[in-house]
Design a protein around this ligand. Structure first.
Ligand code: PA5
Length: 423
């Protein structure tokens, strides 16, 4: 794999050498805490060794199950929320064609409480062949629980006693309502290791089964993650140093930018990873995301000219999956002669260069992550690189990156309003 690299050239006017020297020591200490499992939340560090420890038996089972699902269905419905869906959605969107599926459509459900979405997906599925992968570590989260009840009713109406054969459960080995259901109804099930938290679980069956069903090579994905496991020290160090120095200098918001909309959900996954891990105890960089050039026509104004509390991290893909030339015309009525015959990717890359220069001039520091091309290996690398960066960054910030006490607050209020027993 050609190298993925974190580049800090466009941070030079905002960060001094002495800033780096100081924080590099903090980062090495944080890395030690993570590697020796001595930091906060150290009972949730199972993800650290995943690229190395996932067994071939499990991978074979996942691939075999994926083939079975593809053979018996045209659609897989993945039910889950937060860390139980964002990783697979990110990988599948980054790798699949915009208008094509590799033979099977993967739909997501249970990540909102939209009555319209639920009604429309039920209508859409009625006359289709489909299977379901319901994913919840706790096995009790309200949104996926509601979605599963709805889909289970539809499956039973459609397939009768054979409905159970189309249900695949991914949950804790022992705990939760979903594990009880899987045991009682003999659903095929996969385990989420108890020491891997939701947002760090994309390289477990949580992410791997839907990704394999969508037709992508999970062995290659894990290979990419393994390369990051073995060889991302420099990248992690540079990324975490720059973002934390900038944060300390008042840049409170990190905007992750893509110039390839296939990466929209990778940024959503990254937002969850960093937002839920770092935003606590009154601290944390606010993670935001934009799709350029679309959002240059909306958020671009704020980024160039609004309050100077931002820095941006650009995901720069060097080689697109496909390219296209701008057609030539005789009359040039649309005024595009200056770029006709040019590749569209060339135009996109000039848009990126021009935007970075403008933003840096407008006092928005820029971190660049160069990615040779989008494939299973480079995405696998990015997933692990960001997970490791997140764990280290949380320790540098002084928080426990592996809990999420804040998300309980809304649930208590909602359950009280709904009259759930015990609230
Ligand atoms: O990162 C996390 O732990 C959360 O975002 C969870 O993934 C999310 O709340 C879903 O939880 P569960 O898988 O228990 O349904």
């Amino acid at each position: 794999m050609n190298k993925i690299k974190v580049k800090l050239n466009n941070c030079e006017q905002f960060i001094n050498k002495s800033d780096y020297d100081g924080i590099f020591i903090e980062i090495e200490n944080a890395l030690l805490l993570l590697e020796n499992k001595q930091g906060k939340g150290n009972d949730y560090l199972g993800w650290v060794e995943l690229p190395n420890t996932i067994s071939q038996v499990l991978l074979d089972d996942l691939n075999k199950t994926a083939r079975k699902i593809r053979n018996e269905s045209n659609i897989l419905v993945v039910i889950g929320i937060g860390g139980s869906y964002l990783g697979s959605k990110a990988v599948i969107d980054a790798l699949k064609g915009y208008f094509t599926n590799k033979g099977i459509e993967v739909l997501f459900m249970g990540n909102s409480i939209s009555s319209t979405y639920i009604s429309e997906i039920v209508d859409y599925l009625k006359d289709k062949e489909f299977s379901v992968n319901v994913i919840s570590k706790s096995g009790t989260t309200t949104e996926p629980a509601i979605a599963f009840r709805v889909i289970n009713e539809l499956l039973i109406k459609k397939y009768g006693k054979k409905a159970n054969e189309r249900i695949y459960v991914t949950t804790d080995e022992k705990k939760g309502a979903l594990r009880k259901l899987a045991n009682e109804f003999h659903y095929k099930s996969f385990v989420i290791p108890s020491d891997v938290g939701g947002r760090f679980s994309v390289l477990t069956p949580v992410g791997l089964l839907p990704i394999a069903v969508a037709g992508f090579d999970i062995n290659k994905l894990l290979n990419g993650a393994k390369q990051a496991y073995e060889n991302s020290h420099e990248n992690v160090k540079n990324y975490i140093a720059a973002r934390n120095i900038l944060y300390r200098k008042g840049k409170k918001i990190e905007i992750m930018v893509n110039y390839e909309p296939k990466l929209h959900y990778l940024i959503e996954w990254w937002k969850q990873l960093f937002g839920e891990s770092e935003g606590k105890d009154g601290k944390g960089i606010f993670p935001a995301g934009v799709d350029f050039s679309a959002d240059l026509h909306s958020m671009g104004q704020y980024m160039q000219d609004g309050e100077r509390i931002l820095f941006e991290t650009v995901l720069n893909i060097k080689q697109p999956i496909k390219d296209y030339s701008i057609p030539k015309t005789n009359d040039d009525k649309d005024g595009l002669r200056y770029i006709e015959g040019e590749s569209i990717n060339y135009v996109n890359s000039q848009a990126m260069k021009g935007t970075i220069a403008a933003h840096v001039e407008g006092k928005v520091p820029n971190i660049e992550i160069t990615i040779p091309i989008l494939n299973e290996e480079t995405i696998g690398y990015l997933l692990y690189f960001f997970e490791k960066s997140c764990g280290v960054s949380g320790y540098v910030l002084g928080v426990n990156p592996f809990n999420q006490p804040g998300v309980e607050k809304y649930k208590t209020n909602m359950f009280t309003l709904l009259g759930k027993p015990g609230y």
